[in-house]
Every structure is written in C-alpha cells, then in structure tokens.
Design a protein around this ligand. Structure first.
Ligand code: NAD
Ligand code: DAU
Length: 356
C-alpha cells in the first residue's frame, strides 16, 4: 500500500529531525523537508537518510510564497506539519523581529499557500488533507506554584517575544480553520530534551559546559519550573494527533516531569559523575547563579488528559530514563558537537553570558 507524503517544515532542527528520523524508520510517510537552515538547522542530523529515496530536502523559507506553491504542486503532500520557527526565548529578548518574521508572517504565508493548495485538490484528497501546527505551552504564560497545569482551555497570556509570536501563529491557524475551513490541528507541548538539540538550550548547554569544566549558569534562583518531555515521546504524540486528532482541535502534550532548573542541572551533574568521572572532582561544583532572564516565567505544567483520553497517548520515558539516554548521546557524539559549536555559537555565548 502506498504511504502518504508529509511536507515537514523546520525538519533540520531538533524536534523536526527527530520526527523525520522516526517517520522514516517506521515508514509512516515519504518526507519533504523544507528548512531555511538558520543557525539552528543542521543537515548532519539527517545524514542517515542520505540514500533514502523517500526523503527529500529543500532549502528555503516558509515565508517564500512562490517556493511554497512550487513545492506543493510538485510533491502533492497529504499532510503538512509546521515545525519551522525561531525557538529560543533568550534570542527573542535580544532580537525579537526575526521571531515575528518567521513565526508570525512565515506561518501566515504557509497557511495561505496551504489553503490555496487544499482548495484545488481533488475531492478525495481534499477530504483527508491536514495541516498540523507545532506550538508551545509558553503561550499560556506562567503558573503560580499551586495552580493546576495548563489545559487546552487556558487563556493565552504570553510573556516573551517568542511566546507572543507563537501565540499569534496559533491564532492564525485557528482562524484559517474557522474562516476558511482549512483542516488544521495544533499541539502545545512542554520543554523537549533528547538527541540533536542545539546547545543553546538548558540541558545540552549544561552537559557541554560541565564536560569542559566551565561554569553552569543558572538564571535567578534556579527555582523556575519546567515540564520535561522526551523528544521521541513528543514525536509519537504528534503522529497520533496527525492521524487521529479531531480537526480544528488543540492538544496539549507534556512529559509529566515537573522539575526546578536547579534539580535538572543537579541531575546532569550526578549522571556525569557516574558516566564521565574525574578524580577528586564533582561536576556540581560548577553550578553558578547568574542574572535572571527578563520576564522569566516561573512555572509551566501540562495537563495531558485530553490526548490521553481521546488518543490513548502517554509518555513512555520518565526524566531519569530519558536523561540517561540524552547524556549518553551527547558524550558519544563529539563530532556533531564540534561542528555545531563552531562559528556563530561562540558569538551567541558571548552575547548572552558575557556580562551576566
Ligand atoms: P529548532 O530551533 O531546533 O529548529 C527550528 C528549525 O526551523 C531549524 O531547522 C531552522 O533552520 C528552521 N527554520 C527557522 N526559520 C525558518 C524559516 N523561516 N523557514 C524554514 N525553516 C526555518 O526548534 P525546535 O526546538 O526543533 O522546535 C520546533 C518547533 O517546536 C518550533 O515551532 C517550536 O516553537 C516548537 N516547540 C519547541 C519546544 C522545545 O522544547 N524545543 C517546545 C515546545 C514547542
Ligand atoms: O516550554 C516550551 C519551550 O521550551 C519551547 O517553546 C521553546 O522553544 C524552548 O526553547 C523551551 O523554552 P525555555 O525558555 O523553557 O527553554 P530553555 O532551555 O532556554 O530554558 C529552560 C529553563 O532553564 C528556563 O527556565 C531558563 C533556564 N536557563 C536556561 C539557559 C539557557 C538557565 O537557567 N540557564 C541557561 O543558561
């Protein structure tokens, strides 16, 4: 039986490349990967697909309408999954405009091109077509310690330029369903971790700094709480929503692992003391408290009842099992790391941590 074709945007990034690898491994679909290859995009993540005839890469911008029209006509995808975004909160504080450009305007152009494509499909294919937008729990704002986790009906209260841009894109996705009938779905998930994450984000940054015996910079008092979702669990959830989710709906996806940032970094240090021991040295001694992030959300937590009850999904990994895999991956992939850390990465470290 023929398998469907997915147009995946942002597939050279962290979650997108994990999703593509899983999709090809399980023969879920043929993949067309449209990615601009910003600093966060890395084709090294996908080298195992170099000879796969059912994987095609196109370099380009989701805001490039003529290119989108051309790709849609040529490859006739059954589903579109939009991962492409500027994704780092700290960068959005320093340079917000590109977040509006890609996350808001880029998503708008992708919706416009998708709508035009969908309206001109033959009736059978039009009936089954879906557009899935990947979003974040950050759109719901910050929780007080005793507040219940975010559900799909929480109000949007974004606090960072990144979260505001994602919130805006979610609203456009919703509007294209309500106004034009485009068959959309939206997922809002918590903090992902795992292989291939660019080392500007908390977990890979801390692993790498620790291995090099550099300070581990914890913002503020380290008591901010995030919910940690293993990336493979997230990818499975995306596939479940894509195949069986109800059109027009939003699904929250979480890892059921609420932890303070300090607890996360301490866990990394304990694992490194076991896996990469250094004589008379405790990685925990590198922990350093630095100036807080502006507008730093205190707590995120996700209520996954809807996806669990409707689609039977729940995370397989707990934080302990996921972190063992993750730390091993970073210790075993020094070539990947050396490549992503050359060039612009050093400039970013100086910009974000230089005077903290
Ligand atoms: P990432 O930064 O690792 O990857 C983003 C990818 O998008 C990169 O490959 C980049 O080259 C590409 N891209 C950026 N601008 C583009 C454009 N204009 N056109 C085409 N491609 C472009 O991000 P990620 O962590 O993999 O996140 C993927 C999606 O999931 C994002 O939409 C993000 O908001 C969302 N999300 C991420 C997390 C997380 O913890 N990482 C959690 C919740 C939601
Ligand atoms: O919640 C989902 C979001 O998770 C996604 O939408 C974003 O794309 C993703 O980047 C992530 O955002 P966060 O801001 O939560 O992730 P980050 O890894 O940047 O930071 C996690 C926590 O750790 C946060 O409270 C800030 C803190 N932190 C981060 C860095 C990079 C530090 O204390 N020190 C650091 O050096």
């Amino acid at each position: 039986m023929a398998i469907p074709t997915f147009l995946v945007t942002g597939g050279a990034g962290f979650i997108g490349s994990n999703f593509i690898l899983l999709a090809r491994q399980n023969a879920w679909a043929k993949i067309i990967n449209l990615d601009k290859l910003t600093y966060a995009g890395n084709l090294q993540n996908l080298t195992s697909l170099a000879t796969d005839p059912d994987y095609i890469f196109v370099q380009g911008d989701i805001g490039d309408r003529p290119l989108l029209d051309q790709i849609l006509q040529k490859y006739q995808p059954d589903y579109i999954i939009n991962f492409a975004a500027e994704s780092h909160v700290d960068r959005s504080i320093l340079t917000p405009e590109i977040f509006i450009q890609t996350n808001v305007l880029g998503t708008f152009h992708l919706l416009e091109a998708s709508l035009n494509y969908w309206q001109n499909l033959d009736p059978a294919k039009q009936k089954t077509f879906k557009f899935l937008h990947i979003s974040t729990d950050e759109v719901y704002g910050s929780l007080a310690p005793t507040e219940p986790p975010f559900t799909e009906t929480n109000l949007y209260k974004p606090n960072s330029p990144y979260a505001a841009s994602k919130a805006s894109s979610d609203h456009f996705v919703r509007a294209y369903f309500a106004t034009y009938g485009l068959p959309t779905l939206c997922t809002n998930c918590s903090n992902n971790y795992g292989a291939y994450q660019f080392p500007e984000k908390l977990i890979p940054l801390m692993i790498l700094n620790a291995v090099e015996q550099q300070p581990l910079p914890i913002y503020g008092d380290g008591q901010n709480i995030r919910d940690w979702l293993y990336v493979a669990d997230h990818c499975e959830a995306i596939y479940r929503v894509l195949t069986d989710g109800r059109i027009g709906e939003t699904y929250n996806i979480g890892g059921l692992n609420e932890l303070t940032n300090l607890a996360v970094v301490e866990k990394i240090c304990v694992l490194l003391n076991e896996l990469r021991p250094c004589k008379n040295f405790d990685y925990g001694s590198l922990i350093t408290f630095v100036r807080d992030r502006a507008g730093h959300d205190r707590r995120y937590a996700i209520d996954c009842t809807k996806i669990t009850q409707e689609l039977g999904w729940q995370p397989k990994e707990n934080f302990g099992s996921g972190m063992v895999k993750t730390v091993h991956w970073y210790l075993d992939n020094s070539l990947w790391l050396a490549r992503v850390r050359s060039g612009d990465y050093k400039i970013w470290l100086q910009q974000n941590y230089g005077d903290r």
